[in-house]
Design a protein. Structure first.
Length: 451
Protein backbone atom coordinates (compact mmCIF):
# COMPACT_ATOMS: atom_id res chain seq x y z
CA UNK A 1 0.00 0.00 0.00
CA UNK A 2 1.18 3.49 -0.92
CA UNK A 3 1.12 6.16 1.67
CA UNK A 4 -1.88 8.46 1.51
CA UNK A 5 0.25 11.44 0.57
CA UNK A 6 1.74 9.67 -2.42
CA UNK A 7 -1.64 8.62 -3.67
CA UNK A 8 -2.89 12.16 -3.47
CA UNK A 9 0.00 13.45 -5.60
CA UNK A 10 -0.58 10.90 -8.24
CA UNK A 11 -4.20 11.87 -8.46
CA UNK A 12 -3.24 15.49 -8.91
CA UNK A 13 -0.91 14.54 -11.79
CA UNK A 14 -3.65 12.73 -13.57
CA UNK A 15 -6.25 15.47 -13.21
CA UNK A 16 -4.02 18.49 -13.96
CA UNK A 17 -2.79 18.73 -17.63
CA UNK A 18 0.59 20.21 -18.22
CA UNK A 19 1.51 23.17 -20.47
CA UNK A 20 3.00 20.90 -23.15
CA UNK A 21 -0.15 18.88 -23.28
CA UNK A 22 -2.21 21.96 -24.13
CA UNK A 23 0.18 23.06 -26.84
CA UNK A 24 0.08 19.64 -28.49
CA UNK A 25 -3.71 19.49 -28.55
CA UNK A 26 -3.99 22.96 -30.02
CA UNK A 27 -1.54 22.04 -32.80
CA UNK A 28 -3.56 19.02 -33.77
CA UNK A 29 -6.70 21.12 -33.90
CA UNK A 30 -5.12 23.81 -36.08
CA UNK A 31 -3.64 21.19 -38.42
CA UNK A 32 -7.02 19.54 -38.83
CA UNK A 33 -8.74 22.84 -39.58
CA UNK A 34 -5.99 23.82 -42.05
CA UNK A 35 -6.25 20.50 -43.89
CA UNK A 36 -9.98 20.90 -44.20
CA UNK A 37 -9.65 24.44 -45.57
CA UNK A 38 -6.99 23.40 -48.07
CA UNK A 39 -9.06 20.41 -49.23
CA UNK A 40 -12.11 22.64 -49.70
CA UNK A 41 -10.08 25.16 -51.70
CA UNK A 42 -8.62 22.40 -53.88
CA UNK A 43 -12.07 21.00 -54.61
CA UNK A 44 -13.38 24.46 -55.48
CA UNK A 45 -10.53 25.08 -57.87
CA UNK A 46 -11.09 21.74 -59.61
CA UNK A 47 -14.85 22.17 -59.85
CA UNK A 48 -14.83 25.77 -61.08
CA UNK A 49 -11.89 25.47 -63.49
CA UNK A 50 -13.01 26.52 -67.03
CA UNK A 51 -13.37 23.58 -69.36
CA UNK A 52 -11.77 24.07 -72.81
CA UNK A 53 -13.19 22.12 -75.77
CA UNK A 54 -11.16 19.14 -76.75
CA UNK A 55 -8.94 19.92 -79.67
CA UNK A 56 -9.47 17.68 -82.73
CA UNK A 57 -6.95 14.99 -83.27
CA UNK A 58 -4.58 15.40 -86.13
CA UNK A 59 -5.75 12.19 -87.80
CA UNK A 60 -9.51 13.00 -88.03
CA UNK A 61 -9.43 14.25 -91.67
CA UNK A 62 -7.57 11.14 -92.76
CA UNK A 63 -10.60 8.84 -93.05
CA UNK A 64 -12.37 11.43 -95.25
CA UNK A 65 -9.33 11.83 -97.47
CA UNK A 66 -9.01 8.08 -97.83
CA UNK A 67 -12.70 7.76 -98.67
CA UNK A 68 -12.42 10.41 -101.38
CA UNK A 69 -9.32 8.69 -102.74
CA UNK A 70 -11.06 5.32 -102.76
CA UNK A 71 -14.14 6.60 -104.60
CA UNK A 72 -12.27 8.71 -107.13
CA UNK A 73 -12.68 7.83 -110.82
CA UNK A 74 -9.01 8.73 -111.30
CA UNK A 75 -6.36 6.20 -110.43
CA UNK A 76 -3.69 7.52 -108.02
CA UNK A 77 -0.32 6.02 -107.14
CA UNK A 78 2.47 7.49 -105.01
CA UNK A 79 6.01 6.14 -105.38
CA UNK A 80 8.93 6.70 -103.02
CA UNK A 81 12.40 7.77 -104.11
CA UNK A 82 13.30 4.14 -104.87
CA UNK A 83 10.23 3.64 -107.08
CA UNK A 84 8.31 1.52 -104.58
CA UNK A 85 4.55 2.09 -104.21
CA UNK A 86 3.58 3.93 -101.02
CA UNK A 87 -0.10 4.66 -101.60
CA UNK A 88 -2.66 3.77 -104.26
CA UNK A 89 -6.39 3.33 -104.75
CA UNK A 90 -8.34 0.52 -106.41
CA UNK A 91 -8.90 2.58 -109.53
CA UNK A 92 -5.14 2.58 -110.19
CA UNK A 93 -5.23 -1.20 -110.31
CA UNK A 94 -8.32 -1.22 -112.55
CA UNK A 95 -6.58 1.08 -115.03
CA UNK A 96 -3.43 -1.03 -115.09
CA UNK A 97 -1.10 1.43 -113.34
CA UNK A 98 -0.45 -1.10 -110.59
CA UNK A 99 -0.64 -4.80 -111.38
CA UNK A 100 -0.30 -7.43 -108.71
CA UNK A 101 1.54 -4.96 -106.50
CA UNK A 102 4.04 -4.21 -109.27
CA UNK A 103 4.23 -0.84 -111.00
CA UNK A 104 3.62 -0.88 -114.76
CA UNK A 105 6.90 -0.84 -116.68
CA UNK A 106 6.02 2.30 -118.62
CA UNK A 107 5.04 4.09 -115.43
CA UNK A 108 8.27 3.04 -113.70
CA UNK A 109 10.37 4.32 -116.60
CA UNK A 110 8.49 7.63 -116.62
CA UNK A 111 8.94 7.96 -112.85
CA UNK A 112 12.69 7.57 -113.29
CA UNK A 113 12.76 10.36 -115.89
CA UNK A 114 10.60 12.60 -113.71
CA UNK A 115 12.92 12.12 -110.73
CA UNK A 116 15.82 13.41 -112.83
CA UNK A 117 14.19 16.19 -114.84
CA UNK A 118 11.38 17.26 -112.52
CA UNK A 119 9.08 17.76 -115.54
CA UNK A 120 5.72 15.92 -115.83
CA UNK A 121 5.57 13.04 -118.29
CA UNK A 122 2.44 11.71 -120.07
CA UNK A 123 2.17 7.95 -120.48
CA UNK A 124 -0.42 6.10 -122.61
CA UNK A 125 -1.48 2.69 -121.34
CA UNK A 126 -3.57 0.68 -123.80
CA UNK A 127 -5.03 -1.78 -123.91
CA UNK A 128 -5.40 -2.72 -120.25
CA UNK A 129 -5.10 -6.51 -119.79
CA UNK A 130 -8.17 -8.22 -118.36
CA UNK A 131 -5.93 -9.89 -115.78
CA UNK A 132 -5.40 -6.51 -114.14
CA UNK A 133 -9.15 -6.14 -113.62
CA UNK A 134 -9.48 -9.69 -112.29
CA UNK A 135 -6.79 -8.95 -109.72
CA UNK A 136 -8.72 -5.87 -108.54
CA UNK A 137 -12.08 -7.61 -108.15
CA UNK A 138 -13.37 -11.10 -107.52
CA UNK A 139 -16.53 -10.48 -109.55
CA UNK A 140 -16.74 -10.44 -113.33
CA UNK A 141 -15.10 -7.15 -114.39
CA UNK A 142 -16.62 -4.66 -116.83
CA UNK A 143 -15.10 -4.29 -120.30
CA UNK A 144 -11.54 -3.00 -119.92
CA UNK A 145 -10.74 0.60 -120.90
CA UNK A 146 -9.48 0.95 -124.43
CA UNK A 147 -7.24 3.93 -123.61
CA UNK A 148 -5.69 5.17 -120.35
CA UNK A 149 -3.67 8.37 -120.01
CA UNK A 150 -1.39 8.70 -116.97
CA UNK A 151 0.42 11.87 -115.88
CA UNK A 152 3.58 11.28 -113.83
CA UNK A 153 4.94 14.23 -111.82
CA UNK A 154 7.37 14.78 -108.95
CA UNK A 155 6.02 16.04 -105.60
CA UNK A 156 8.36 16.23 -102.57
CA UNK A 157 11.17 14.31 -100.86
CA UNK A 158 11.86 12.41 -104.07
CA UNK A 159 8.35 11.01 -104.23
CA UNK A 160 6.37 10.73 -107.48
CA UNK A 161 2.61 11.05 -108.03
CA UNK A 162 0.88 9.16 -110.84
CA UNK A 163 -2.67 10.21 -111.87
CA UNK A 164 -4.36 7.97 -114.47
CA UNK A 165 -7.71 8.60 -116.20
CA UNK A 166 -9.87 6.49 -118.51
CA UNK A 167 -9.86 8.11 -121.96
CA UNK A 168 -11.96 5.44 -123.67
CA UNK A 169 -14.87 7.81 -124.42
CA UNK A 170 -12.58 10.41 -125.97
CA UNK A 171 -10.86 7.68 -127.95
CA UNK A 172 -14.19 6.45 -129.30
CA UNK A 173 -15.10 9.98 -130.37
CA UNK A 174 -11.77 10.30 -132.12
CA UNK A 175 -12.27 6.94 -133.85
CA UNK A 176 -15.74 7.99 -135.03
CA UNK A 177 -14.37 11.29 -136.31
CA UNK A 178 -11.55 9.54 -138.15
CA UNK A 179 -13.92 6.97 -139.67
CA UNK A 180 -16.33 9.71 -140.67
CA UNK A 181 -13.69 11.69 -142.51
CA UNK A 182 -12.40 8.52 -144.16
CA UNK A 183 -15.91 7.65 -145.35
CA UNK A 184 -16.59 11.19 -146.54
CA UNK A 185 -13.32 11.25 -148.44
CA UNK A 186 -14.16 7.94 -150.10
CA UNK A 187 -17.73 8.94 -150.94
CA UNK A 188 -16.60 12.26 -152.41
CA UNK A 189 -13.72 10.70 -154.30
CA UNK A 190 -15.95 8.21 -156.13
CA UNK A 191 -18.23 10.69 -157.98
CA UNK A 192 -15.43 13.18 -158.52
CA UNK A 193 -13.23 10.52 -160.10
CA UNK A 194 -16.15 9.30 -162.22
CA UNK A 195 -16.89 12.82 -163.38
CA UNK A 196 -13.26 13.30 -164.38
CA UNK A 197 -13.21 10.06 -166.40
CA UNK A 198 -16.54 10.86 -168.08
CA UNK A 199 -15.37 14.34 -169.00
CA UNK A 200 -12.19 12.91 -170.50
CA UNK A 201 -14.19 10.31 -172.42
CA UNK A 202 -16.50 13.03 -173.75
CA UNK A 203 -13.54 14.99 -175.06
CA UNK A 204 -12.08 11.90 -176.75
CA UNK A 205 -15.45 11.10 -178.36
CA UNK A 206 -16.05 14.61 -179.67
CA UNK A 207 -16.66 13.22 -183.17
CA UNK A 208 -19.33 10.78 -181.94
CA UNK A 209 -22.47 12.68 -180.86
CA UNK A 210 -24.15 9.54 -179.56
CA UNK A 211 -21.23 8.70 -177.29
CA UNK A 212 -20.99 12.30 -176.11
CA UNK A 213 -24.67 12.32 -175.14
CA UNK A 214 -24.25 9.02 -173.29
CA UNK A 215 -21.21 10.27 -171.37
CA UNK A 216 -22.94 13.58 -170.65
CA UNK A 217 -25.92 11.76 -169.17
CA UNK A 218 -23.69 9.72 -166.86
CA UNK A 219 -21.78 12.87 -165.97
CA UNK A 220 -25.02 14.55 -164.99
CA UNK A 221 -25.97 11.55 -162.81
CA UNK A 222 -22.66 11.69 -160.97
CA UNK A 223 -23.05 15.45 -160.49
CA UNK A 224 -26.52 14.94 -158.99
CA UNK A 225 -25.14 12.24 -156.69
CA UNK A 226 -22.30 14.50 -155.59
CA UNK A 227 -24.74 17.34 -154.91
CA UNK A 228 -26.99 15.04 -152.88
CA UNK A 229 -24.06 13.83 -150.81
CA UNK A 230 -22.91 17.38 -150.03
CA UNK A 231 -26.43 18.49 -149.13
CA UNK A 232 -26.96 15.51 -146.82
CA UNK A 233 -23.59 16.09 -145.16
CA UNK A 234 -24.58 19.69 -144.47
CA UNK A 235 -27.98 18.61 -143.14
CA UNK A 236 -26.43 15.95 -140.90
CA UNK A 237 -23.87 18.43 -139.58
CA UNK A 238 -26.64 20.86 -138.62
CA UNK A 239 -28.68 18.13 -136.95
CA UNK A 240 -25.72 16.98 -134.88
CA UNK A 241 -24.95 20.52 -133.68
CA UNK A 242 -25.76 21.74 -130.19
CA UNK A 243 -28.11 24.49 -131.42
CA UNK A 244 -31.82 23.79 -130.85
CA UNK A 245 -34.30 23.78 -133.70
CA UNK A 246 -35.15 27.38 -134.58
CA UNK A 247 -38.21 26.84 -136.80
CA UNK A 248 -40.36 24.96 -134.29
CA UNK A 249 -44.07 25.22 -135.04
CA UNK A 250 -47.22 23.15 -134.90
CA UNK A 251 -47.07 20.77 -137.87
CA UNK A 252 -49.90 18.73 -139.39
CA UNK A 253 -48.84 15.14 -139.90
CA UNK A 254 -51.31 14.78 -142.76
CA UNK A 255 -49.62 17.64 -144.64
CA UNK A 256 -46.18 16.09 -144.05
CA UNK A 257 -47.34 12.77 -145.52
CA UNK A 258 -49.01 14.45 -148.49
CA UNK A 259 -45.85 16.44 -149.30
CA UNK A 260 -43.71 13.33 -148.97
CA UNK A 261 -45.95 11.36 -151.31
CA UNK A 262 -45.77 14.16 -153.87
CA UNK A 263 -41.97 14.16 -153.75
CA UNK A 264 -41.50 10.40 -154.21
CA UNK A 265 -44.32 9.73 -156.68
CA UNK A 266 -42.07 10.00 -159.74
CA UNK A 267 -39.42 7.65 -158.32
CA UNK A 268 -42.13 5.20 -157.24
CA UNK A 269 -43.69 5.19 -160.71
CA UNK A 270 -40.32 4.68 -162.39
CA UNK A 271 -39.68 1.65 -160.19
CA UNK A 272 -43.16 0.18 -160.56
CA UNK A 273 -44.01 0.74 -156.88
CA UNK A 274 -47.48 1.64 -155.62
CA UNK A 275 -47.69 3.93 -152.59
CA UNK A 276 -50.69 3.70 -150.28
CA UNK A 277 -51.64 5.79 -147.25
CA UNK A 278 -54.31 5.53 -144.59
CA UNK A 279 -57.00 8.13 -143.91
CA UNK A 280 -56.11 11.67 -142.68
CA UNK A 281 -55.97 11.76 -138.90
CA UNK A 282 -55.66 15.42 -137.91
CA UNK A 283 -52.68 14.59 -135.69
CA UNK A 284 -50.33 17.41 -134.75
CA UNK A 285 -46.73 17.58 -133.60
CA UNK A 286 -44.44 20.44 -132.70
CA UNK A 287 -41.33 20.61 -134.84
CA UNK A 288 -39.62 21.73 -138.02
CA UNK A 289 -41.87 20.95 -140.99
CA UNK A 290 -39.08 20.80 -143.59
CA UNK A 291 -36.98 18.43 -141.45
CA UNK A 292 -39.92 16.13 -140.82
CA UNK A 293 -40.67 16.00 -144.55
CA UNK A 294 -36.99 15.24 -145.24
CA UNK A 295 -36.95 12.41 -142.69
CA UNK A 296 -40.14 10.82 -144.00
CA UNK A 297 -38.98 11.23 -147.60
CA UNK A 298 -35.75 9.40 -146.74
CA UNK A 299 -37.75 6.52 -145.26
CA UNK A 300 -40.02 6.21 -148.30
CA UNK A 301 -37.09 6.55 -150.74
CA UNK A 302 -35.30 3.79 -148.85
CA UNK A 303 -38.39 1.57 -149.06
CA UNK A 304 -38.72 2.20 -152.82
CA UNK A 305 -35.05 1.46 -153.52
CA UNK A 306 -35.11 -1.85 -151.64
CA UNK A 307 -38.47 -3.11 -152.90
CA UNK A 308 -38.97 -5.21 -156.03
CA UNK A 309 -41.16 -3.93 -158.82
CA UNK A 310 -44.94 -4.48 -158.67
CA UNK A 311 -45.04 -4.22 -154.85
CA UNK A 312 -46.54 -1.72 -152.44
CA UNK A 313 -45.05 0.77 -149.98
CA UNK A 314 -47.52 1.78 -147.27
CA UNK A 315 -47.56 4.87 -145.04
CA UNK A 316 -49.69 4.90 -141.89
CA UNK A 317 -50.13 7.23 -138.92
CA UNK A 318 -51.50 6.49 -135.47
CA UNK A 319 -51.61 8.03 -131.99
CA UNK A 320 -50.29 5.81 -129.20
CA UNK A 321 -49.42 6.87 -125.65
CA UNK A 322 -49.36 10.59 -126.55
CA UNK A 323 -46.95 9.92 -129.41
CA UNK A 324 -47.59 10.11 -133.13
CA UNK A 325 -46.20 7.10 -134.98
CA UNK A 326 -45.62 7.30 -138.72
CA UNK A 327 -44.84 3.87 -140.16
CA UNK A 328 -43.41 3.16 -143.61
CA UNK A 329 -43.83 -0.49 -144.60
CA UNK A 330 -42.40 -2.21 -147.67
CA UNK A 331 -42.58 -5.73 -149.03
CA UNK A 332 -38.94 -5.79 -150.02
CA UNK A 333 -35.96 -7.97 -149.36
CA UNK A 334 -35.86 -7.27 -145.63
CA UNK A 335 -32.84 -6.80 -143.40
CA UNK A 336 -30.93 -9.62 -141.72
CA UNK A 337 -30.84 -9.52 -137.90
CA UNK A 338 -27.06 -9.01 -137.81
CA UNK A 339 -27.45 -5.75 -139.76
CA UNK A 340 -30.47 -4.33 -137.97
CA UNK A 341 -28.37 -2.84 -135.18
CA UNK A 342 -26.39 -0.75 -137.66
CA UNK A 343 -28.78 0.51 -140.29
CA UNK A 344 -29.02 3.99 -138.71
CA UNK A 345 -25.25 4.45 -138.77
CA UNK A 346 -23.67 6.90 -141.17
CA UNK A 347 -22.51 5.41 -144.47
CA UNK A 348 -23.61 1.91 -143.51
CA UNK A 349 -25.13 -0.07 -146.38
CA UNK A 350 -26.49 -3.58 -146.31
CA UNK A 351 -25.85 -3.88 -150.06
CA UNK A 352 -23.27 -1.25 -151.15
CA UNK A 353 -23.55 -2.15 -154.85
CA UNK A 354 -27.34 -1.74 -154.84
CA UNK A 355 -27.12 1.50 -152.86
CA UNK A 356 -24.71 3.09 -155.33
CA UNK A 357 -26.81 1.85 -158.25
CA UNK A 358 -29.84 3.66 -156.81
CA UNK A 359 -27.85 6.81 -156.02
CA UNK A 360 -27.90 6.33 -152.24
CA UNK A 361 -25.37 8.15 -150.09
CA UNK A 362 -25.64 6.02 -146.94
CA UNK A 363 -26.73 9.04 -144.89
CA UNK A 364 -30.51 8.92 -145.29
CA UNK A 365 -31.37 6.84 -142.23
CA UNK A 366 -28.74 8.60 -140.12
CA UNK A 367 -30.55 11.86 -140.89
CA UNK A 368 -33.86 10.23 -139.91
CA UNK A 369 -32.43 9.19 -136.56
CA UNK A 370 -31.12 12.66 -135.76
CA UNK A 371 -34.32 14.40 -136.91
CA UNK A 372 -36.31 12.17 -134.57
CA UNK A 373 -33.91 12.79 -131.68
CA UNK A 374 -34.01 16.57 -132.18
CA UNK A 375 -37.80 16.43 -131.95
CA UNK A 376 -37.72 14.37 -128.75
CA UNK A 377 -38.65 11.17 -130.58
CA UNK A 378 -37.12 7.96 -131.86
CA UNK A 379 -36.68 6.02 -135.07
CA UNK A 380 -37.36 2.29 -134.96
CA UNK A 381 -37.15 -0.73 -137.23
CA UNK A 382 -38.90 -4.06 -137.59
CA UNK A 383 -37.73 -6.33 -140.38
CA UNK A 384 -37.70 -9.94 -141.48
CA UNK A 385 -35.65 -11.20 -144.44
CA UNK A 386 -37.87 -12.04 -147.38
CA UNK A 387 -40.93 -10.38 -145.81
CA UNK A 388 -40.10 -6.69 -145.75
CA UNK A 389 -39.37 -3.91 -143.28
CA UNK A 390 -41.25 -1.30 -141.29
CA UNK A 391 -39.50 1.91 -140.27
CA UNK A 392 -41.37 3.97 -137.67
CA UNK A 393 -40.90 7.65 -136.82
CA UNK A 394 -42.21 8.23 -133.28
CA UNK A 395 -42.77 11.88 -132.24
CA UNK A 396 -44.41 13.52 -129.20
CA UNK A 397 -47.96 14.59 -130.07
CA UNK A 398 -49.02 18.22 -129.71
CA UNK A 399 -52.29 18.73 -127.80
CA UNK A 400 -53.20 15.15 -128.53
CA UNK A 401 -56.90 14.31 -128.36
CA UNK A 402 -57.85 11.34 -126.19
CA UNK A 403 -57.10 8.17 -128.08
CA UNK A 404 -60.10 6.00 -128.86
CA UNK A 405 -60.00 2.23 -128.56
CA UNK A 406 -59.76 0.47 -131.90
CA UNK A 407 -63.04 -1.36 -132.60
CA UNK A 408 -62.81 -5.09 -132.97
CA UNK A 409 -63.94 -5.94 -136.52
CA UNK A 410 -64.82 -9.46 -135.40
CA UNK A 411 -66.97 -8.38 -132.49
CA UNK A 412 -70.56 -9.65 -132.73
CA UNK A 413 -73.06 -7.12 -133.97
CA UNK A 414 -70.37 -4.80 -135.42
CA UNK A 415 -69.86 -4.61 -139.17
CA UNK A 416 -66.30 -5.13 -140.34
CA UNK A 417 -64.59 -2.24 -142.06
CA UNK A 418 -61.15 -1.51 -143.43
CA UNK A 419 -58.66 0.18 -141.10
CA UNK A 420 -57.05 2.19 -143.91
CA UNK A 421 -57.97 3.95 -147.08
CA UNK A 422 -55.77 2.98 -150.01
CA UNK A 423 -54.66 5.91 -152.16
CA UNK A 424 -52.75 4.50 -155.14
CA UNK A 425 -50.43 7.01 -156.76
CA UNK A 426 -49.34 4.83 -159.62
CA UNK A 427 -51.11 2.59 -162.04
CA UNK A 428 -52.15 -0.56 -160.22
CA UNK A 429 -50.30 -3.56 -161.56
CA UNK A 430 -51.91 -6.81 -162.45
CA UNK A 431 -51.73 -9.65 -160.00
CA UNK A 432 -51.68 -7.41 -156.92
CA UNK A 433 -52.99 -9.26 -153.92
CA UNK A 434 -55.28 -7.87 -151.24
CA UNK A 435 -52.68 -8.05 -148.48
CA UNK A 436 -50.56 -5.44 -150.27
CA UNK A 437 -52.85 -2.73 -148.88
CA UNK A 438 -52.14 -3.58 -145.24
CA UNK A 439 -50.25 -1.04 -143.16
CA UNK A 440 -49.44 -0.38 -139.54
CA UNK A 441 -47.01 -3.18 -138.78
CA UNK A 442 -45.91 -3.11 -135.14
CA UNK A 443 -42.38 -1.84 -134.76
CA UNK A 444 -39.67 -2.56 -132.26
CA UNK A 445 -37.11 0.07 -131.16
CA UNK A 446 -33.53 -0.25 -132.28
CA UNK A 447 -30.37 1.76 -132.91
CA UNK A 448 -29.12 1.34 -136.45
CA UNK A 449 -27.52 2.93 -139.65
CA UNK A 450 -28.41 3.50 -143.30
CA UNK A 451 -28.63 0.63 -145.78
Amino acid sequence: MLPAKSAHRMALRVRSPTYHHDVLALGFLIAALGGAVLGWLACAVVIHRPRHPAEPADDLPEPLEMEVLRRSSTGYLVLDAAGRPLLSNERATELGVLRGGMVDRRIAEAAGRVSVSGEPVDVEIRPVPVAALLAASLVTPPPPPSAVLAVVRAIDHGRVLVAAADESAAQRVEDVRRDFFANVSHELKTPVSAMGLLAEASVDAADDPVAVRRFAGKLQSEAVRLGSLVNELIALSRLQGADPLLDMAVVEIDAVIDETVARVSTAAENNGIAITTDRPSGLLVRGDRSLLITALTNLVDNAINYSPSRTVVSISRVLRADHVQIAVTDRGIGIAPEYQERVFERFFRVDPARSRATGGTGLGLAIVKHVAANHGGTAALWSHPGTGSTFTLRLPAFDAPPSRPTPDPHAPGRPARSATAVVPLTVQTAGRTADQSAVGTTTEPAHRGAP
